[in-house]
Ligand binder design. Structure first.
Ligand code: URA
Length: 248
């Protein structure tokens, strides 16, 4: 009984934090009473903590034009305690249909990259900056990139996901995801292959898998692979000789 009630209180406080100038505050007595309650409640897992955020995302109406066009929101998938988290830009048509990030052609390539690193999709966590598919004029094929305003509006959800999952490493896929995360525009040539930080979490930037589908040369594949080798080193993973020499 207490869990859902606390979720409601937290969600109301988070909404005040995200939507108003006021920082939510409570008296010491109220905080002490809240702590007394939480101390007698069994510790909640990361999965438990993600659930209420997923529920808020499902009914989010912050971008009315995206609410009108989406089939469903696409929250994220994988291990809620993952050491490694991938962040893309926004769901495409396949993701909008299936409700899961990176399930289309680019997603299949991302899955292969994850497997080549020695993991499965369920070992890592995968999410996007935007939880809704960017709308397209009716009948037009393809996808459009999310706008900076759409990404700024949606970013608080991703921030909360990252705070709960606490990955050791974040990987941003492509310049649009970087812009959504860091608010900075840059070329992939200057951004990729080195460490950045997102609120203190080490952030590796690499090409979006869709870029690799368009540029299939071994040299471009090698660049992404070198970025992933840096990630594996940072995670302390055992790297085989075969893994070190892929695409050389
Ligand atoms: N591209 C993205 O950035 N995210 C997805 O989920 C799918 C394609």
């Amino acid at each position: 009984m207490l869990g859902p009630a606390l979720d409601l209180v937290l969600s109301a406080l988070e909404q005040i934090r995200d939507t108003s100038e006021r920082t939510p505050c409570a008296s010491r007595e109220t905080l002490n009473r809240l702590f007394a309650v939480t101390e007698t409640t069994p510790a909640r897992t990361s999965a438990d903590l993600l659930d209420p955020i997923r529920a808020r995302v499902q009914v989010c109406t912050k971008c009315p034009h995206l609410v009108r066009s989406r089939t469903q929101t696409v929250f994220g998938v994988g291990n809620p305690d993952a050491d490694l988290m991938f962040v893309g830009e926004a769901p495409g048509a396949d993701e909008d249909r299936q409700g899961e990030p990176f399930v289309g052609r680019a997603g299949q390539l991302l899955t292969r990259i994850i497997q080549t690193m020695g993991f499965s999709r369920s070992d890592v966590y995968i999410a996007n900056v935007l939880k809704c598919r960017p709308d397209m004029p009716s009948g037009s094929p393809g996808n459009r990139a999310p706008t900076p305003t759409e990404m700024r509006t949606c970013l608080p959800y991703l921030r909360e996901q990252i705070e709960i999952i606490q990955p050791k490493v974040l990987v941003a896929l492509g310049a649009v995801a970087v812009e959504g995360l860091l608010g900075t525009r840059g070329t992939m040539r200057e951004l990729r292959g080195r460490w950045h930080s997102f609120n203190g979490t080490p952030l590796m930037i690499t090409y979006h898998p869709a870029y690799l589908l368009r540029n299939q040369s071994p040299s471009e594949k090698r660049k992404v692979w070198e970025d992933m080798l840096q990630v594996l080193e940072h995670l302390g993973s055992n790297i085989t000789e075969k893994q070190r020499t892929y695409f050389l």
